[in-house]
Design a protein around this ligand. Structure first.
Ligand code: ATP
Length: 580
């Protein structure tokens, strides 16, 4: 496929707002792709060249991209490129405008194909060391020499990570489901394959090569599985009423680890499915020694733990283990303990389809007792009073609460289901639980805060049905001075000239940003409000007295934020509490 076709499609998508329209455009594009190129098209459409967990970025500095544009357009000085960039505020538009004025046709002019562009980006990503910047610039110049102005617009956005089409994973899945089996849609099967691999390129390639393999898609070691998530209820009684006799596990407040093992090779994926084995040497060592399987995928929560006193360290301390430097020293000072809570795969057997109790039994049998990995603490009960006592016992031991698990439920990858129900301490307070909100924009400071350019945040939640972010709160408190400075610096880098397409807001922010970062927010109450777009009817929902209680969450992406449906549910529960 010509790259121009992709560029034309992206151009069309940029002018549309409705998810249905975008799905239609994408599915027309996909229909024209061959099995050899469909995965590349998908990764490119995601603004990348590989699934997110592989951490492969095209990556070039802005100055180098400007230099490539200068050379390719035959300009003598960089100033014209810089000025055009300033004027348009978008490196892509700048490249397009400059290239369209280019008079002299380059001699090496080729027709660009998707394959050529993809391979060149791959080369840029893998070039490192001395002189690598020159090599990267040369590769980009070569592409630009063969590019039409519209192609140039997109070519320069990739190395800067700024494609930003705003096409979410659910939209890509919808677009792929033009493919039907007889008269049956295979959207569900596609989603399952995606949840088991976190790799839309692989899912699409499998579909194009042999659709039967999608129906029978298998997970594989070192491809992360999208995590199962918990619903919430507000009392032990409600939990027992909902799922009856259940397992109740301690809820550890650390970070989720999905451990993949083949022989001595270990990878650990975070909740966001980023590879992090390098940060946790003690878990890697224990997993290679004490897991009785050649191949396995299992999950647990890692928490800094004092073996001598049996004390769980607070989250603020555990989080310090997420670091780039001083890893060995910190692993000695604050060693982690992994409390394993689920088994997904072992030596060729997919456990996700088996009921919780079978998975738990197999998990226990797979772990040889040691000081770094243990099976999570749990009881089994159908008695609300016993559940409540266990919950209080967990809180007393410094844990976050409990997670009740349906004994008969399979592991549902990538979904928040009542198979797991969390009960936390704050539930009986006014507002059950904190919310994880996406930062959509920010405000400049007023009054005594004017010495900071930063004054507050406009935040939203994710509408997973429409694939957009809807506003729920303006947040002006909970930040320390350092946090304000840091937030402003971080957000500036992802600022947008206009409200991003995937943001639905009635309010204006002083500065809009790409929906990327998630913060944790507490509030007194959820109220109805016509100012905000979070909601399903005419009146939205808003937070009363919102305050940030945790800065940017490294472990959550924008689509992992609280959803509109969850807000509606929380609102319902809150009302019930007041009536009672
Ligand atoms: P939270 O911010 O409350 O941890 P979350 O959105 O990360 O929520 P939830 O689905 O609400 O995820 O709660 C499940 C999380 O709890 C898991 O992602 C995991 O990190 C953590 N956890 C701690 N102990 C357990 C356990 N025994 N079983 C399952 N998950 C556990």
């Amino acid at each position: 496929m010509r790259f121009l076709e992709l560029a034309n499609t992206y151009d069309q998508i940029e002018s549309k707002t409705g998810r249905l329209e975008i799905t239609g455009i994408l599915s027309e594009l996909f229909k024209k792709a061959s099995p050899e190129e469909i995965d590349k098209i998908i990764y490119l459409t995601q603004g990348s060249i590989a699934p997110p967990h592989k951490n492969i970025e095209v990556g070039m500095g802005e100055k180098f991209v400007e230099e490539a544009i200068r050379v390719a357009s035959g300009l003598r000085t960089i100033k014209i490129v810089e000025d055009e960039y300033k004027k348009t505020g978008d490196i892509g538009k700048a490249a397009e405008n400059i290239m369209s004025k280019k008079t002299q046709e380059s001699l090496s002019s080729n027709i660009l194909t998707v394959g050529m562009v993809f391979d060149s980006f791959m080369k840029i990503a893998h070039t490192s060391g001395v002189g690598s910047q020159d090599t990267k610039i040369r590769i980009l110049i070569k592409l630009l020499n063969s590019a039409e102005p519209l192609e140039a617009r997109y070519l320069v956005r990739f190395p800067l990570g700024r494609l930003r089409l705003g096409v979410g994973d659910p939209t890509i899945l919808d677009a792929l489901s033009f493919y039907r089996k007889g008269d049956k849609s295979i959207r569900e099967e596609l989603e399952r394959a995606y949840n088991l691999s976190n790799d839309l390129g692989l899912v699409a390639k499998t579909l194009f090569e042999n659709p039967d393999k999608i129906i029978d898609f298998k997970m594989s070691v070192f491809s992360p599985v999208r995590p199962a998530l918990a619903e919430r209820l507000s009392s032990a009684e409600e939990i027992i009423e909902k799922i009856g006799k259940c397992a109740v596990e301690a809820k550890y407040d650390g970070f989720r680890c999905q451990v993949h093992k083949r022989g001595n090779k270990i990878e650990i994926f975070s909740r966001k499915l980023e590879p992090m084995a390098g940060m946790f040497p003690e878990i890697v060592e224990a997993a290679s020694k004490y897991i009785a399987a050649e191949e396995a995928i299992f999950e647990g929560e890692a928490i800094a733990f004092n073996e001598l006193t049996g004390e769980y360290r607070p989250f603020q301390l555990t989080i310090q283990r997420k670091r780039k430097y001083g890893i060995e020293e910190m692993s000695q000072v604050f060693p982690l303990k992994l409390f394993a809570f689920d088994l997904l795969f072992r030596d060729g057997t997919d456990y996700t389809k088996q009921p919780y109790k079978a998975r738990r039994e197999a998990l226990s049998k797979s772990i040889i007792e040691n000081k770094t990995i243990a099976v999570s603490d749990s009881i089994t009960t159908d008695d609300p009073a016993e559940l409540q006592t266990y919950f209080e016992d967990c809180i007393g031991r410094g844990l976050e609460g409990v997670i009740a698990k349906d004994l008969e439920a399979p592991y549902v990858a990538g979904a928040r289901k009542f198979a797991w129900i969390k009960l936390k301490r704050s539930y009986k307070a006014e507002l059950a639980d904190t919310l994880d909100l996406v930062i959509l924009g920010y405000y400049y400071g007023k009054g005594k805060r004017t010495k900071f350019a930063f004054g507050g945040l406009l935040c939203g939640v994710y509408d997973d049905e429409a694939g957009v972010y809807r506003t729920i709160a303006k947040i002006g408190s909970g930040f320390s001075e350092e946090q304000m400075v840091e937030l402003e610096l971080t957000l500036k880098q992802i600022s947008e000239k206009e409200k991003p397409r995937q943001v639905d807001s009635l309010l204006e922010a002083d500065v809009w940003v790409e929906p990327k970062y998630v913060i944790t927010v507490a509030a007194d109450e959820i109220t109805r409000s016509p100012m905000h777009t979070c909601g399903r009817g005419k009146t939205g929902y808003a937070l009363r007295f919102p305050r940030m209680i945790h800065g940017i969450r490294a472990d959550k992406g924008p689509e992992d934020s609280t959803t509109v449906n969850e807000v509606v549910e929380l609102y319902g529960k809150q009302r019930k509490v007041t009536v009672e």
